[in-house]
Design a protein around this ligand. Structure first.
Ligand code: TRP
Ligand code: ZN
Length: 850
C-alpha cells in the first residue's frame, strides 16, 4: 500500500483529537496469517478540541465488523484509516479486524520472528494492529486478552489471569498506543527480582529463545543497576509488579521501551564473554538502562506529538550517559560520546539531512529517529545543566516529574520548569531546539598588563530551509594554564550569547595557555587558536581529561591534513606527545587507548571539504596508514611492554577496568601487527578465550591482508551463533583494503548465511561497507551500485531499515565531480523505482536536495 502524493505534516498544525479515550480492551486471537484483533474502546468528547471528526488511523487492516454502542455501523474506509458518525457524548466503539503477522516483513505492528509473535508500535505501528487514534497525546489504560496456543503470552502492565491457551494483562498507567506491546512464543526466562526503595517487590524476567539462556545474566544485572540508579539519582521508582524484557532477532532498531514490556534487538541484550566484545557489553548495559529510564522520561511523561521526540529521547540519552559515566569512567564515556557525535551527528547537521533537534515538518516520522534528535538532543540537556548548575537541574527535574506526570508534553513544558526554578529567560536558549546546523566557534586572544582576553565569534552556516541564523547561547567551559603547566584558573563556564563576545581574566603573571571548551561543554566546532605548540602543551599538562585528549586529537588531525594536502611527514611533536602519554602508567588504560585513536577518514573528508579542498578518499586512507605506521615506529621499543602490561589476569569480567586494559592491548596489537607481520595477533587469536581478544586479533590479521585461515576457523566455530556471524560478515568488510571492499561485500551477499531480510545481517554488510570510507568511495563506483541494488531490493519489504541505510549517501556533495556523478546516478535510480516507500522516497529526495 503506497501513498500517491507524499504528505507533509507540520508542527504548527497541531490540534488535539476530538475525543478522549477512557479505556481500551483488546482481544487477540493469534494465527500466523489470520490474527483477529477485537477492540472495545470507551471514547468521550474532548472538551479541549474544536474539531469533533471521528477519524481512526488504520493501515493494512481487514475490517470484519464495527459497532458504536452495540449497533453495527459501516464506517467509511479512507487512505490511512476510517471515519464514522460518532455521538457528541460518551460512547463505546467496538471493532474486529484481521491482520497477517506472518507476512509482515516491515517489522512494524504485529509481526513474526522465528515463530514468535511480537510488536513494534513506535512511532505509528499501532494503526497496523487495529483502528485507533494513533497519536501520542491520546492516552488510555489498556486491558489485553491473548488467545494463542503458545507457552508464553505477554503484554504491558500486570498479569491478571492465565489459563490453557490464554492470558490477560492490565496496564493501569494511561499510555499512548505507541507503547503498546504483545509477545507470544516459545520462550524461556531468566528471572530475578528487585525491591524498590519503598519496599515493593518487582518480578524481573528476561525472555529469550531456548538456547540463549546463557546470554541473559549480564542484561539482568544491568537492569537491576539501572533501577537502583534511577532511584538514587532521579528519585524515580518503578511502578508495576513485573518488568519484562524480550529478545527478538528481527528488529529495525536497538530496543523499545513499551510499558512494562521492553522489546530488544537480540544484539542489544544477549551477551556472553565467548560471543560478545567488551564494547558489546558496555552498549548492552547502556541500552538496557536507556529503555528502563524511558519508564519515566517517555512513558509516565510522554510526547504531545512526534515533533517533541527529543523531549523523551534527548533526555533519556542524557540520562543513560550519566548512568554509564557513573558505572564506568566519566572521562572515557565523555570522549566516546563526542567521537560518536562527530562521526554521526555532525555530518547529518552539515549536510542535506540537517534538521533542528525539534523538527518543524516531516513526511515519515521514522526518518527522524536521528543522531540530531537523540545525541544533539542530549547535548542540549547537558548545556542546560551546565548553565543552571547541578542543584537547579535536580530541582527542575523534580518539578518536571511532579507537574507533568501522566501528561503528553512539549519542549515548552520542559523549558518552563527550568525557567520557574531558576527565574531565567530561556527564550534564546530555545534556539538549540529550533535552529539546525552546527555552530562554528572561532577564538582570538590578547594579553596586556596581566589581563588576558578571549574573544569568541559564532557562525552557523545555512542549512536546508534556514538561510539565516541567529546567535545561540553557548556555555564555554574554560581553564587557564600557566607557562610551567600549573592551572592558574580552574574551569569557569563563560556564557556566550552574542555573535562576537569577549571575556577577560585579570591578574595573570604571564601569558596563559587557554584550555577552551573543556569537557566539550557545547556541541560546536571550535576553531582553536593556531599555535600547535599550545596543543602539545595541553596534551602534556591539561587537567581536564577531555581537553587533554582533544589536544592530541587536534594535533593528529592537523598532522593528517598536512600530510594529505602538503605531502608533509608525520608530526614529530604529536608522536612525542602520545609516546609520553602512553608510557604514563598512572593514566587509565582505556584513556590511553583513546589517545592512540585517529579521526575517522570520513571526518577528515569533512574537514577538507570545509576547508574548500575536495577530499580524495584514497589519499586520506594512505595518510592514515602512514600515520599509524609512524605511531608504531615512535612507540617501537615500548610496544611489547605496553602489550604485556595491558594483559588481564584472572577470569573475564566485562567491567571498566578489564575492558580498558583490553582496549589498550587491542590498540597496541594493531601497531605491533604493522611491525611483526601478524605474529602476535595470530598468537592472541589462537589463545583467546573471549570474543574481545579473538575479534581484535582477527581484525589485525585481516587488516594486514592475512588471517584467511583464522577467518575460516572463526566461521566454523561460530556458525550456529547468529550474533557472532554478524560480526564475521562485518569484520571482513570493515578491514578490507579499499580496492577489495565492494568485491568482498558482493561475495558475502551471495553467501548462504546472508539472510538479508533480517536487519542485523543487512546492516552487518552494508553498514560495514558504508563505513569503510575509501572502500565505499572506490573510484569504480562499485560499492555505490551494490548498495543501491540492495536498497531497491529491501525497500518493498522493509522501508524503515532501507531508509535509514540511505544516509550512507548523505555526504555525497563533498566529493569530486566523477564520484558525485556516480552517486547521483544511483540516487536517481532509487528515486525512480516504482512504488518506492514513503520512508525511502523522503530520504532520497532530501539527500538529493530535491
Ligand atoms: N524509542 C526507541 C528508543 O529510543 C527507539 C525506537 C523508535 C524504535 N522507533 C523504533 C525501536 C522502531 C525499534 C523500532 O529507545
Ligand atoms: Zn529512546
Amino acid at each position: 500500500m503506497r501513498d500517491a502524493a507524499p504528505q507533509t505534516i507540520y508542527l504548527k498544525d497541531y490540534a488535539p483529537f476530538g475525543y478522549l479515550v477512557d479505556s481500551v480492551h483488546l482481544t487477540f486471537d493469534l494465527a500466523p496469517h489470520a490474527t483477529r484483533v477485537t477492540s472495545r474502546i470507551a471514547f468521550r468528547p474532548n472538551p479541549q478540541a474544536r474539531d469533533r471528526r471521528f477519524f481512526l488511523h488504520g493501515e493494512g487492516l481487514t475490517l470484519i465488523r464495527a459497532a458504536i454502542d452495540g449497533a453495527g455501523i459501516t464506517p467509511e474506509i479512507t487512505d490511512g484509516g476510517l471515519t464514522a458518525e460518532a455521538p457528541d457524548a460518551p460512547f463505546v466503539w467496538e471493532c474486529e479486524v484481521e491482520i497477517d503477522p506472518g507476512h509482515n516483513t516491515a517489522l512494524e505492528g504485529l509481526y513474526m520472528s522465528n515463530g514468535m509473535y511480537c510488536t513494534q508500535c513506535e512511532a505509528e505501528g499501532f494503526r497496523k494492529i487495529t483502528y485507533y487514534p494513533d497519536r501520542p497525546d491520546v492516552m488510555s489504560t489498556f486491558s489485553v486478552r491473548i488467545n494463542g496456543d503458545l507457552p508464553v503470552l505477554l503484554s504491558n502492565g500486570n498479569p491478571t489471569g492465565r489459563g490453557e491457551g490464554w492470558a490477560e494483562w492490565h496496564d493501569p498507567w494511561p499510555k499512548p498506543a505507541y507503547l503498546f506491546a504483545l509477545v507470544a512464543g516459545n520462550l524461556v526466562a531468566q528471572s530475578d527480582s528487585f525491591t524498590t526503595v519503598s519496599g515493593k517487590p518487582v518480578d524481573l524476567n528476561l525472555w529469550v529463545r531456548p538456547g540463549d539462556e546463557h546470554k541473559c545474566a549480564f542484561g539482568m544485572e544491568a537492569l537491576k543497576k539501572a533501577m537502583k540508579w534511577d532511584e538514587d539519582t532521579y528519585g524515580r521508582e518503578y511502578d508495576l509488579d513485573v518488568f519484562n524484557i524480550v529478545a527478538v532477532d528481527d528488529f529495525n532498531m536497538g530496543a523499545m521501551e513499551n510499558k512494562g514490556l521492553n522489546i530488544f534487538n537480540s544484539s542489544c541484550v544477549l551477551a556472553s564473554p565467548d560471543t560478545s566484545t567488551d564494547m558489546n557489553f558496555e552498549r548492552i548495559e547502556a541500552i538496557i538502562a536507556h529503555e528502563y529510564f524511558h519508564n519515566w522520561t517517555g512513558n509516565r511523561i510522554t510526547c504531545r506529538d512526534w515533533f517533541q521526540l527529543c523531549l523523551k529521547e534527548g533526555l533519556t540519552v542524557f540520562r543513560d550517559s550519566q548512568f554509564t559515566a557513573d558505572m564506568r569512567s566519566a572521562p572515557v564515556k565523555r570522549i566516546s560520546d563526542v567521537i560518536d557525535l562527530r562521526a554521526r551527528q555532525f555530518p547529518e547537521d552539515t549536510g542535506p539531512l540537517s534538521h533542528p533537534v525539534r523538527p518543524e515538518s516531516f513526511q515519515e516520522i521514522n526518518n527522524f529517529y536521528t543522531a540530531t534528535v537523540y545525541e544533539k538532543g542530549a547535548e542540549v540537556i547537558g548545556m542546560l545543566k551546565r548553565l543552571v548548575g547541578d542543584s537547579a537541574y535536580a530541582e527542575a527535574l523534580d518539578l518536571y516529574f511532579a507537574r507533568h506526570d501522566g501528561q503528553a508534553c512539549t519542549i515548552e513544558d520542559w523549558l518552563k520548569v527550568f525557567e520557574d526554578v531558576t527565574g531565567r529567560d530561556l527564550g534564546q536558549f530555545k534556539r538549540w531546539y529550533s535552529q539546525s546546523g552546527t555552530p562554528r566557534l572561532s577564538v582570538e586572544e590578547a594579553f596586556e598588563d596581566g589581563t588576558y582576553t578571549l574573544t569568541f565569534t559564532q557562525r552557523t552556516a545555512p542549512t536546508p530551509g534556514q538561510p539565516e541564523k541567529s546567535p545561540q547561547v553557548i556555555p564555554i567551559a574554560v581553564g587557564l594554564l600557566g607557562p610551567n603547566g600549573d592551572e592558574v584558573l580552574p574551569t569557569q563556564v563563560l556564557e556566550m550569547t552574542e555573535t562576537t563576545q569577549s571575556f577577560t581574566f585579570e591578574g595573570l603573571a604571564a601569558h596563559p595557555v587557554p584550555s577552551i571548551l573543556r569537557d566539550f561543554s557545547a556541541p560546536v566546532i571550535l576553531d582553536q587558536l593556531p599555535e600547535s605548540a599550545d596543543r602539545a602543551f595541553l596534551l602534556a599538562h591539561d587537567t581536564d581529561p577531555f581537553n587533554r585528549w582533544e589536544a592530541g586529537r587536534d594535533l593528529a588531525r592537523q598532522c593528517l591534513i598536512d600530510m594529505i594536502t602538503k605531502g608533509a611527514d608525520p608530526d614529530a611533536d604529536y608522536l612525542d606527545g602520545i609516546r609520553r602519554v602512553l608510557r604514563d602508567d598512572q593514566l587509565d588504560p582505556a584513556y590511553r587507548a583513546l589517545m592512540l585513536g585517529l579521526p575517522g577518514q570520513s571526518q577528515l573528508a569533512g574537514f577538507l571539504h570545509e576547508a574548500g579542498i575536495t577530499p580524495d578518499p584514497m589519499a586520506i586512507w594512505s595518510a592514515v596508514e602512514r600515520l599509524k605506521d609512524a605511531q608504531a615506529e615512535a612507540l617501537g621499543d615500548l610496544l611489547g611492554e605496553l602489550y604485556n602490561s595491558a594483559q588481564v589476569a584472572g577470569p573475564y569480567a566485562p567491567d571498566a577496568a578489564q575492558s580498558g586494559k583490553r582496549a589498550l592491548a587491542g590498540a597496541i596489537l594493531g601497531l605491533m601487527t604493522r611491525r611483526d607481520g601478524g605474529e602476535q595477533a595470530a598468537a592472541q587469536f589462537a589463545a583467546a578465550d573471549n570474543m574481545t581478544l579473538q575479534l581484535s586479533a582477527l581484525a589485525c590479521l585481516l587488516r594486514a591482508g592475512k588471517g584467511a585461515a583464522q577467518l575460516a576457523r572463526f566461521y566454523d566455530q561460530w556458525k550456529a551463533d547468529r550474533l557472532v556471524i554478524d560480526k564475521w560478515f562485518m569484520l571482513q568488510i570493515t578491514e578490507a583494503a579499499p580496492k577489495d571492499a565492494a568485491q568482498i561485500a558482493r561475495a558475502l551477499t551471495e553467501h548462504a548465511d546472508f539472510t538479508w531480510k533480517t536487519p542485523n545481517r543487512f546492516r552487518a554488510v552494508f553498514g560495514a561497507l558504508a563505513g569503510n570510507h575509501a572502500g565505499f568511495h572506490a573510484p569504480s563506483g562499485a560499492a555505490y551500485a551494490l548498495l543501491a541494488d540492495w536498497l531497491i531490493r529491501l525497500d518493498p519489504l522493509n522501508p524503515q531499515t532501507t531508509a535509514r541505510m540511505c544516509s550512507a549517501f548523505q555526504t555525497w556533495k563533498r566529493y569530486d565531480a566523477e564520484r558525485q556523478a556516480l552517486i547521483g546516478a544511483q540516487l536517481e535510480r532509487i528515486a525512480s523505482t516504482p512504488d518506492l516507500s514513503r520512508d525511502t522516497a523522503e530520504m532520497i529526495s532530501r539527500i538529493r536536495g530535491a
